[in-house]
Design a protein around this ligand. Sequence first.
Ligand SMILES: Cc1cc2nc3c(=O)[nH]c(=O)nc-3n(C[C@H](O)[C@H](O)[C@H](O)COP(=O)(O)O)c2cc1C
Length: 458
Amino acid sequence: MTGWPDRQDLRGWTALLDERGELGTVTTRISPERDVAAVLEHCDGNRAVWFTDVDDSPFPLVGNTVHHREHLALAVGCPVAETAERFGAVLGATRPCRTVAADDAPILAHRLAADEPLHALPLTLQHDEDAGRYITSGLVVAKDPESDRVNLSINRLLVAGGRELRALVLPGRLRRILDSAERREQALQVAIVIGVDPLLTMASQSPADATIDDFEVASALRAEPLPVVRPAHLPVPVPADAQILLECRFRPGERAPEGPFGEYPRTYGPGGPAPVLDVEAGWHRDDAVGQTILSGGREHFLVGGIPREARLLAALRRALPNVAAVRLTEGGSCRMHAVVGLRSPRQGDAVTASMATFRAVPLVKLVTVVDDDVDVFRDEEVEWAVATRMQADRDLLVVPNARGSSLDPSAGEDNSTAKMGIDATIPRGGAARHGRITVTPSDEAALRGYLAEAGAAP
Ligand SMILES: Cc1cc2nc3c(=O)[nH]c(=O)nc-3n(C[C@H](O)[C@H](O)[C@H](O)COP(=O)(O)O)c2cc1C
C-alpha cells in the first residue's frame, strides 16, 4: 500500500505530504540566495516547504520533500526496515517504461526562453561559501554506450552564467560515459530533469552497473510503469510527468573552475576544474514547480543512503547467512557509518561483516556490528550495545590506508582513510551476564488502566 497510487509525480508526492501535515507553505516573497536554504535547514527532519514566491522566478519551489526515512518506505510502500531490501529486489526485476507521444507529455508543454533558458528558474545559493547558484536536484540522464541503457545521476551543477553549467562528476558511471565520449571527441548530449518524485530520485542512485536502466528501476518501484517521452533532439527519454527539462551538451575535454560547495559531510567540498556543459533548450509543464535538495540535509543523505544499504545488504548476505538488518546512519550522512545486525553471530562473523561492508560501500569508515535484539534504526540502542558489549582491546578492528572520499575532510591528501569495525555483539559464552533487565506487571489489564490514568499511551 503506497498511499499515493493515483499521481506518482512530484505534485502527487507533495499533496501526500500535505495530507500528512508535513508540508509548510511560505507565501511571502523570498530570496533563493541563502534564505530558501536557511528555511529548509531549519525545517530539516520535520517538514517539506513549498515557496510560492521566489525572487526573480515565475516558478514556485519545493524542498525537503524527503526528510525522514519513513518517507522512502512510504514511497516504496513497505515498512521502514524493508525499504533497502525492496529497492535491492527491483534491481534484479526492473520493469519497462511506458512511452508516450510528445503531444501527451506534460513536460514538453512550454518552452523556456530560447536565449536564456536558465534565467527564469528558481535556483538556490545554499551555503555561505558556495561558489554560486546551483541546480541541486537535477537528474542527469545519459545513455550508456556500453549497453544503450539509461543512466541517471544527481550531480551538483554550478550555474556559471548564460547557458553554461559546470558539473562535479566523481568516479562512477556518468564519469565513464563522459570519458568514453571525450575519447571519441564527441560532445555528450544529456537531459537534466528537475522536479521528480522520491522513487525517481532514489533510482538515480542505483549502482554504477552498465546493464541497469535507471528509469526501469523507478518504473518497477511504482504502482504503474513510468511514463517517458523521447524529445525530438535528445538521444535519451525523460519522465513525461517531471516538471522541468534542460537539453544539454558537454563541451568535449573542456574544464573550468567549480566549487566550493557544501557537501554531504556537512563541510565544504573543495573546488576544482569541472566538465562544462551548455543548455541548448528548456521545457516545462503547466504549473511547473522547481525543486531543490538541501545539500547536507536529510533528503541528500536518505535518497543516496537507501540504495547503498541495498547494495550492502546483498553483499553481506553473500558473505554471511545470518544478516538480520543494515543501516547507514543519518549521523554519518548515510554514507560513512554503518550498523549491521546479525542473528546468533559466531566467532569471526563481526570481522567478516565489517570487511564485507568496507568492500561493498567504500565510503563507509565505521561499522558497528550488533546482535539482532538491537534495533539498528535506534541510535540509542546501538550506542547501548557498544557501551555494554564491547571492549576496545578485544573488539576493535582498524584497517589503515584504505580508499576514502575526496569529500571527507579528515581523509589524507591522497583521499586515504582508516576504517574501523566495532564488534558490539554479546561475547561468546557471555549470554547469561548480558540478559536485559525486565519489569513484569502483576496484571496486564490493570497496567493498561494505570497508564490510561497517567495519560500515557499503552
Ligand atoms: C543530492 C545528491 C547530490 C549529489 N551530488 C553529486 C555530485 O555533485 N557529483 C557526483 O559525482 N555525485 C553526486 N551524487 C551522487 C551520485 O548522484 C550517485 O552516486 C549516483 O549513483 C552516481 O551515479 P553514476 O555512478 O551513475 O554516475 C549526489 C547524490 C545526491 C543524492
